[in-house]
Ligand binder design. Sequence first.
Ligand SMILES: [Cu+2]
Length: 250
Amino acid sequence: MTAIFEGLWDHYILWSVIVAVIAFGWLYHHSFWFISEDGKEVPNVDEIAIGVFPKHNDDMRLEVAWTVLPFLLIIWLTYVSWAPLDAMWTSPEGGNHGFACDDGSINHDYTVNQNGFESSNNSMDSTGMITSDCYHVIKITGQQWFWNFDCLELAADLCDTSTESMEVYGTVPVLKLKRGETYLAVMESQDVTHAPWFQHLGTKEDTLPGMETTLWLPINDDLTRESMILCAEYCGDAHSIMAAKLEVHN
Ligand SMILES: [Cu+2]
């Protein structure tokens, strides 16, 4: 997974484990410690009487503690989610990935590299945040139950598609992108809600009928060569095999 999302995942798992150990540890301890023994009269340690609210057991410090501590934890988790959210939803108008690149066949009024297009030259900083000089636009359409990738007018070295036969999933579309380049997928759906989940990028976004959504695909150097794209919104009978493949090259 892209470093910034992997870091967030690990952080959430860490806090989930800490909270789970406290909550379930407490639960199991009390369940077994205060267990009644067969044949013995249960002592009424909490002085509970039927129909009377046990006000004498009230503990204001405990009430405040279990309100304030989770609240502080939520504030902290919101804070650490800020940068990953920014990576996910950065603006296409001068955000982390600048503005749209000048791509060969569309506009000739620019300087291009030897491949015939302006490069994103993306790079990752120490926090895992990826920034780019510019980005390329592609189109993704979701439909029951397959994905359609459209490279628009991008050169084949930059973006290409094919199909491949995959065990379990049958014939799936392949999206071929280039390392070091950043793509903005403009997406929509032909029917119901779908969501392409780019597993190794750690991102997904809904595609909706009649509404355009976008998803950043920063193809960084450390991304594995092949990874799966799955549908992450239940969309009917063949939802589980609505798959595609992302293939990246240098
Ligand atoms: Cu779907």
